[in-house]
Design a protein around this ligand. Sequence first.
Ligand code: ATP
Length: 224
Amino acid sequence: MVRFSRVALAYPDPRGRGGTEVLRDISFTLGEGSFTWILGPSGAGKTSVLRLMQAALRPTQGEVELLGIPLSGARRRDLPPLRRRIGVVHQEFRLLAHLSAWDNIALPLRLAGTAESTVRNDVAELLDWMGLAGKEERRPAELSGGEQQRLTIARAVVTRPALLVADEPTSELDARQARRTLALLAEMNRQGTIVVVATHSEDLPARHPARMLALEGGRLVSDG
Ligand SMILES: Nc1ncnc2c1ncn2[C@@H]1O[C@H](COP(=O)(O)OP(=O)(O)OP(=O)(O)O)[C@@H](O)[C@H]1O
């Protein structure tokens, strides 16, 4: 479960003081097995909500509870194991430049101590699904923007996380690849992953109707 209770967030200003609030009074609960779209125009606060959902930030006010862990009470050492249960598709990819496509996808499994035979199977299956077969040895810089985005998605889902948080995961993809990505997210959700996808476009939600949380100016303006 993911629960936001009266959450506010301010990024510190460059002098280290509390800056202006970018999220205000946000409350919602995402249950087990849920699929949720986060909608809103550029600057509405979607990425900021997703950063809280990755335990990358703590709220300035209110409480965020992720997979049973309230962030306010979490100690520093509680955060890495929590983050390992959360798959993240970053808007800016954040692939490791010195690793091949294969090793980028394999890394989260290896960090989790997965047997190498399982790593081989799971990475090969995802490379194939994401249309990256044949590009295993390429480094991220040798891939197109769309290929890098598909690699990022494969890396986020390979551990079958309890929570998957994706920020504009199809922004670089053509229509067919976007459909395949959506099918993958829907299948993960059917298998029990809580899926949260932020997008400014209404095309994707139209293809996979689910709960929509709409943000505007840092506030939750509709939930339905
Ligand atoms: N690290 C940061 N430091 C200061 N302000 C930030 C930071 N990141 C985001 N903001 C501000 O917070 C507000 C919300 O930004 P956020 O990135 O969450 O919006 P968004 O809805 O994801 O936008 P986009 O669709 O353009 O990615 C914006 O006003 C932005 O300028």
